[in-house]
Design a binder for this molecule. Structure first.
Ligand SMILES: *[C@@H]1O[C@H](CO)[C@@H](O)[C@H](O)[C@H]1NC(C)=O
Ligand SMILES: *[C@@H]1O[C@H](CO)[C@@H](O)[C@H](O)[C@H]1NC(C)=O
Length: 508
């Protein structure tokens, strides 16, 4: 593995690169942190807000029922440089670029949440909002993938975007287009997008025409990905695929299998796909997600010797601090910490996977096996709750890392739209002045980026609530998409988090 997975967009943008290094001696004291079970938050409120953040990231023409009052239409000429319509979709993080790989991953994981925690989302009155959030992504993806063996994979020149601190409604920066095709393949993006569309087709199965469109496109993109094996490096250094494309190929085949139950995908999964045991689930690395989805299906990974159940177990064993095989660093305050910058994705992603896996383990009456040590599903749920509780306020600082939620929430998210005042449409912004005017001032953002989960504290539980501390204060769409299922479970189930109703994973 090369240096870091951290996308520069979750680090940089003007005076970025500042780490959370406030040397507060306090942090060394009283960090028991382990009061899980006793702690409780208004999870329903956190859930509602976590979806609102995704609405604040919308690009394109906003609908009349837009709930984010400080947002307006933006990126309305996206695609024009190639005479196509690429309006819509999501800005990734604190910048105004639409990156294909993390955008598709955001949609895949949102769709998974809508399938795995459907009764809970429904009970909270949020299923419709999550479905709308998925569709905001899939409508855009369908535009990007309109032609066969071709896909528009990015809108916006990230280097120039990062030299301008301006809200998307007024951006003067070039909306450069990036594409993959037969000559310039992009296996990761094509496969992740196939996964996103297959998972979304399951969500929209009752909308038959739309689901069929999604499914047909998913199959074509999967074929394209498999027959053109090459990493696209055009999103690097912002989103470099450090893990290669094998995980995306397995992940795409898994979602196509989930949606269709067709043998052709099962064959690929058992005979061809490469699958490894890893300790991370992220926009770059998807093995544990696929392994947990495949664990119920009694299949072995190709090579034959390990079942997907064993590999899913290995993920759990690598994360949990109380197993003989743990690898993942946990801060003194109890939070998973893999690296600075968008670290919260590992926190929310692990919580989500643990809750999904615990449900299946219960149904199948199985434990996780860490060598000879059995781990009960209840332990996975307890750990998942503790990770989410940390972000909501049960941490050494006693503060929330979710904007607009709980105690002492962040006030200076590293985010262009939230930190620039609302300007009249057509206002011409001077990029040179923009950093002095809107990035540098030490004051709360004028617009509340409600529900945004920050990149989060560093490995010593330290956090700087400053716009230029981007590793701490930058949000990303996939941090939130991964949180939504876990928050729904916390909001809708009793204290032991056991499912009372079945899921909605029916195939197409
Ligand atoms: C599948 O893996 C298990 C170990 O997890 C092994 O015992 C079994 O023989 C494997 N099956 C095949 C068909 O290779
Ligand atoms: C970050 O911003 C704060 C004010 O919000 C300022 O005091 C500090 O010097 C800045 N740090 C860097 C490295 O620019």
């Amino acid at each position: 593995m090369k240096e870091k997975h951290t996308p520069a967009s979750c680090r940089g943008g003007g005076g970025g690169g500042v780490r959370c290094v406030v040397a507060l001696l306090l942090a060394a004291l009283v960090l028991s942190g382990d009061v899980a079970g006793a702690t409780s938050f208004n999870y329903k409120d956190a859930l509602t807000k976590s979806i609102l953040f995704l609405e604040a990231q919308r690009s394109g023409k906003l609908p009349p029922d837009n709930r984010i009052k400080w947002r307006g239409d933006s990126g309305m000429e996206d695609g024009k440089l190639a005479h196509v319509d690429l309006t819509g979709g999501y800005y990734d993080a604190g910048d105004n670029v639409k990156y294909g790989l993390p955008l598709a991953f955001t949609v895949t994981t949102l769709a998974w949440a809508a399938l795995a925690f459907k009764p809970e989302l429904q009970a909270a009155g949020e299923l419709k909002h999550v479905q709308e959030a998925i569709r905001w992504g899939t409508d855009y993806i369908l535009k990007c993938a309109a032609k066969k063996n071709h896909m528009w994979v990015q809108v916006g020149d990230p280097n120039l975007d990062h030299q301008c601190w301006v809200r998307p409604e007024n951006m003067p920066t070039p909306r450069t287009l990036y594409q993959i095709d037969g000559n310039t393949p992009g296996t990761e993006i094509a496969a992740e997008t196939a996964a996103a569309l297959a998972a979304s087709a399951m969500v929209f199965r009752n909308d038959k025409n739309y689901a069929r469109r999604l499914m047909n496109k998913a199959k074509l993109l999967y074929q394209f990905a498999k027959s053109h094996l090459k990493t696209y490096d055009g999103e690097c250094p912002f989103y470099c695929s450090y893990s290669g494309y094998n995980d995306e190929l397995l992940w795409a085949a898994t979602w196509l299998f989930m949606a269709t139950k067709r043998q052709v995908y099962a064959d690929f999964i058992t005979h061809e796909a490469i699958s490894s045991s890893v300790a991370e689930f992220s926009w770059d690395l998807k093995y544990p997600g696929a392994q947990i989805l495949l664990a119920p299906h009694n299949m072995n990974a190709s090579g034959g010797m390990q079942s997907y159940k064993t590999q899913a177990d290995n993920f759990v064993c690598a994360v949990l601090p109380d197993t003989p095989f743990h690898q993942v660093f946990i801060t003194p305050g109890g939070m998973i910490h893999l690296r600075d910058g968008a670290n919260s994705q590992y926190v929310t992603g692990t919580a989500f996977l643990f809750l999904v896996y615990a449900d299946w383990l219960d149904t199948a009456r199985q434990d996780v096996m860490c060598g000879a040590t059995p781990i009960k599903p209840a332990r996975l749920r307890e750990f998942a709750k503790q990770q989410m509780d940390y972000l909501l306020g049960d941490n050494p600082r006693g503060r929330s890392y979710v904007v607009g939620f709980g105690s002492n929430p962040p006030t200076q998210p590293h985010h262009r739209g939230a930190s620039t005042p609302v300007l009249k449409p057509g206002t011409v912004v001077n990029c040179g002045m923009s950093f002095g005017d809107w990035f540098a001032p030490d004051r709360p953002n004028p617009n509340e980026l409600t529900g945004a989960i920050m990149g989060g504290p560093d490995g010593a539980d330290n956090f700087i609530d400053k716009r230029n501390a981007s590793a701490c204060t930058e949000p990303c769409t996939y941090i939130n998409s991964l949180a939504i299922g876990a928050l729904a479970a916390l909001a809708g189930r009793g204290p032991n988090l056991v499912a009372s109703k079945s899921h909605g994973y029916d195939q197409m």
